[in-house]
Design a binder for this molecule. Structure first.
Ligand SMILES: [Zn+2]
Ligand SMILES: [Zn+2]
Length: 239
């Protein structure tokens, strides 16, 4: 739903990936929930109150700042389904801070549903219903550890790099998955981010079936992308 960088480059929404089990059923899982994600969900006709799990790669606003809006929307529209947020260590406190900054009092108000916050640990797999979720620590300064995430189900597997400079752990996170969504931030190396030159050098080492670039900066969007598959908002992929 959101394939852009932090700044809306190319008119794209910030990172938000919806996972569903069947095309006909509403998705229940998000990977990342950037500040623009409520608009992106409404545009894609996805009901926010149906989302029961949000996996957060790292605590930058373009990846997690949609959560206060998602929680508040649930409160105002009488949501009863609990929400589980899986995020880096410190997610609970950062989420409360973000809610209090934007909507004072909103982090402590009584709701009809509970927000459960669980923390990632490097390479520790969690089972959640039909999902197996494994985070891999990457390298991206965001005030807390940052992760790539791998999600496996009986139907298939996907992985997302999050934001990171090159780390070998990306190869493990993407090993054998059907789709690897990978940051393609800039044409040439940029600190804390993935670039197309570096990805090109490592491309043959990935064992994923498809590698699709996302989170592109204006310079990446303007560069020659013919050798790459590129995500766009609204891209629907069947595994
Ligand atoms: Zn980002
Ligand atoms: Zn970031």
């Amino acid at each position: 739903m959101g394939s852009g960088d932090a700044f809306g480059s190319g008119g794209r929404f910030q990172t938000c990936i919806a996972l569903g089990t069947e095309a006909s059923a509403p998705p229940h899982v998000l990977i990342d929930c950037g500040a623009t994600s409520m608009v992106a969900m409404r545009q894609q006709r996805i009901e926010p109150n149906e989302i029961d799990t949000v996996l957060i790669t790292h605590l930058h606003g373009d990846h997690f700042a949609g959560l206060p809006f998602l929680i508040l929307d649930g409160q105002f529209r009488r949501r009863t389904r609990d929400l589980t947020v899986f995020g880096p260590p410190g997610t609970d406190a950062r989420l409360a801070q973000a809610m209090e900054t934007m909507f004072p009092g909103s982090s402590t108000i009584r709701r009809r549903f509970t927000v459960h916050v669980r923390e990632h640990a490097d390479r520790r797999t969690s089972e959640l219903g039909p999902l197996r979720i494994t985070p891999f620590e990457v390298s991206h300064a965001s005030g807390a550890p940052a992760y790539a995430v791998r999600v496996e189900t009986a139907a298939g597997a996907v992985a997302y790099s999050g934001d990171t400079e090159w780390v070998e752990a990306l190869l493990e996170a993407a090993d054998g998955v059907d789709v690897f969504l990978c940051e393609g931030y800039s044409p040439a190396p940029t600190r804390w981010h993935l670039d197309l030159d570096t990805l090109h050098r490592h491309r043959d080492r990935f064992t994923c079936k498809r590698l699709i670039l996302t989170h592109l900066s204006p310079t990446a969007l303007a560069s020659d992308l013919t050798e790459w598959q590129i995500a766009h908002d609204g891209l629907h992929i069947d595994l």
